[in-house]
Design a protein around this ligand. Structure first.
Ligand code: FAD
Length: 626
């Protein structure tokens, strides 16, 4: 029997980051997955990043992860979303070549000496003395480990629905579900619920009339998701825009009873913000047309992803629907859209390290925790991998704070609030959204990466160099005064307030529409562009950033107030019944976590604080007396 420090089950976005992170900190790690060839597979749209998610990708990179580097190696279109709104809320997004992405992930994983791979479907988990000990595959192999991370995605009792007649057991199209793993997890005390999600049809690009469609090219920006490595980007491709129309709306309405989601075949809940075309037409009856983006699947294929037409109608109706759209009159459908129902594990059963409370040494990450999205999965994966390795090697656990990382907010939301629909990241979930920016991810997380040893030597050199460049730019800008001639060339047009005496670059950079890079160039200095972008945000938003930092510091006192593990919440009668029940089942680690549990009111918190202080005092005086 093979013995490992950490076994990661599943080679999706959570599993690959978990395996890489565990291996990077020195744990002998096995990535055990159903099919080695689908490592890094994108189940749905081959796109990475976007609002809030793009920041997660950069955080993963800052922690030495692989998603950013794989994206740089496979991106075929790049766009910086929110560019018109100012750099503090910029959100990088890339369309990727699906095949290149997968092979980049595999290649990057294979660089880790401590990481080995095995193909197999895990059927059961053996637990002894409340600790995860061994996993067994369907073909009878047994692997032992000190910690196990399960990242099974949509594969737990996965069932694909196309129309009301077709229901296929599957983890995703063409791949079987994961056998008996759900039953094992239930046996070990975990509760499972069900969610659903869906995907649109794919089409043959050779049958599309592009001449009538809107063309959308990406940015020319050579942006790299990775701070740590600069990979050459492949060739870039455009996306195409068209719209639904009355004909499509009437067709969907008239055939609604044949949709798996509306005809009664599926009962579970799906993501509200990723609606199917059926949802959109019912929920927004007055909207005349919905956008449909045709997005390339890769450089070596003509297949296109039809973003905006997710559906679970029968294939015949899907084709009719597609052909009603401008530019798709003669289209051929290569794969039908479908809905999938699957089990997930309500994440309130986990601690902030993503370890289950029911089984020590068992960690869960990704869609299995009720989230949706590659980035959400990968962000959890890296934290689960770090903590599984820490558990196996007897080291301290790592928890990222809500003011430290978007990943920290995501995990805290999951374990303290739980989910009632597939959880996706939005900026509105981030109370520290100005602190948690995409361009400062390295600065925020470098201390964690250094402490845990998450970087290779070359990554360490690249990271330290980038941080030095940023410090240098800001220092230089403080020292540099622009003469009126230098400054006014930038400030004057159109209608800018000109200056009549030398002014510091740091002062001028606070003006909207003026960038630090422009100013430094006007002063005769060529500075690193990325470093300037960071400096620009720090200067322009200095007041807001200070306010967020002090709010975070104030809350940190509350956040850091530890609640003892042994506390019996049911006996705290000064708290409301609802608060006692929630605290008893969720067992928050800190007062800050308790504050975020829905149903726990400010007066409950005050009473809880009083009780904990009283317990501490009586314990200390008891100790003194004995
Ligand atoms: P996955 O990527 O699903 O990976 C799971 C891995 O575990 C696979 O490698 C699988 O082979 C392996 N595995 C499972 N069981 C076992 C076992 N017993 N033994 C060994 N290996 C096992 N996200 C969005 O952001 N937008 C969307 O529009 C969107 N649409 C989606 C549509 C569909 C149809 C699906 C299936 C998913 C969609 N998602 C979407 C979600 C996104 O694909 C997932 O959130 C993401 O892939 C989850 O990553 P993961 O690592 O948790 O799981």
């Amino acid at each position: 029997m093979q013995q490992h420090d950490v076994i990661v089950i599943g080679g999706g976005h959570a599993g690959t980051e978990a395996a890489a992170a565990a291996a990077r900190v020195g744990a002998r790690t096995l990535l055990l997955t159903q099919q080695l060839d689908t490592i890094g597979q994108m189940s749905c749209n081959p796109a990475i990043g976007g609002i809030a998610k793009g920041t997660v990708v950069r955080e993963i990179d800052a922690l030495g992860g692989i998603m950013a580097r794989a994206t740089d190696l496979s991106r075929i279109q790049f766009r910086m979303l929110n560019r018109s709104k100012g750099p503090a809320v910029w959100s990088p997004r890339a369309q990727c070549d699906r095949t290149l992405y997968r092979s980049a992930v595999r290649r990057l994983l294979e660089r880790h000496d401590c990481l080995t791979f095995a193909q197999g479907t895990v059927a059961s988990l053996e637990v002894r003395g409340g600790r995860a000990e061994r996993v067994c595959t369907e073909d009878g192999r047994v692997f032992a480990a000190r910690a196990v991370v399960i990242t099974a995605g949509t594969f737990l009792r996965g069932r694909i629905h196309i129309g009301v007649e077709t229901a296929i057991p599957a983890g995703r199209a063409g791949e079987p579900p994961c056998g008996d793993l759900p039953q094992t997890l239930q046996t070990h005390g975990l509760t499972l619920f069900r969610f659903k999600t869906g995907t649109p049809p794919r089409i043959d690009g050779r049958t599309v009339n592009f001449t009538v469609l809107g063309r959308q090219d990406g940015d020319a920006d050579p942006y790299w998701f990775s701070f740590l490595e600069r990979a050459p980007h492949p060739a870039q491709l455009p996306c195409w825009l068209t719209y639904t129309n009355d004909q499509l709306r009437d067709l969907v309405r008239s055939r609604l009873s044949e949709s798996a989601m509306y005809g009664g075949a599926i009962g579970s809940r799906g993501p509200r913000y990723c609606p199917s075309i059926e949802d959109k037409i019912l929920r927004f009856p007055d909207v005349a047309r919905h956008q449909v983006f045709l997005e390339p699947e890769g450089l070596e294929t003509t297949e296109l992803y039809v973003n905006g037409l997710s559906t679970s109608l029968p294939p015949g109706i899907q084709l009719e629907m597609l052909r009603s759209v401008l530019g798709l009159e003669r289209v051929e459908m290569t794969r039908p859209g479908y809905a999938i129902e699957y089990d997930y594990i309500p994440p309130t059963q986990l601690t902030a390290t993503l370890e289950t409370r029911a089984v020590r040494g068992l960690f869960l990450a990704g869609q299995i925790n009720g989230t949706t999205g590659y980035e959400e999965a990968a962000g959890q994966g890296i934290v689960a991998g770090i903590n599984a390795a820490a558990h196996a090697l007897g080291r301290e656990p790592t928890v990222l704070g809500r003011d430290e990382a978007v990943i920290g907010t995501l995990i805290d939301d999951l374990v303290t609030r739980g989910v009632d629909e597939p959880y996706r990241l939005f900026t509105s979930r981030l109370e520290y959204r100005l602190l948690l920016r995409q361009e400062n991810a390295l600065r925020r997380l470098a201390p964690v990466a250094r402490r845990l040893g998450l970087w290779t030597e070359s990554q360490r050199v690249a990271a330290e160099r980038r941080l030095e460049l940023e410090d240098h730019v800001l220092e230089l800008a403080h020292r540099t005064r622009l003469t009126p001639e230098q400054a006014n060339a930038i400030l004057a047009p159109p209608g800018g307030r000109v200056v009549s005496h030398p002014v510091r670059a740091t002062e001028l950079a606070k003006r909207p529409g003026i960038t630090l890079e422009q100013l430094m160039r006007a002063a005769g200095m060529e500075c690193d562009r990325d470093a300037c972008t960071w400096g620009d945000v720090e200067l322009k938003y200095a007041g807001y950033l200070d306010r967020e930092r002090s709010a975070a510091a104030r809350l940190a006192d509350q956040n850091d107030f530890l609640l003892p593990d042994s506390i019996d919440y049911t006996s705290l009668t000064a708290l409301s019944f609802e608060a006692r029940e929630k605290l008893h089942s969720l067992r928050p680690r800190t007062l800050g976590q308790a504050a975020r549990i829905p149903g726990v009111s400010p007066s409950d918190l005050q009473n809880l604080l009083r009780e904990v202080v009283r317990l501490r005092v009586s314990r200390e005086t008891g100790l003194l007396q004995s």
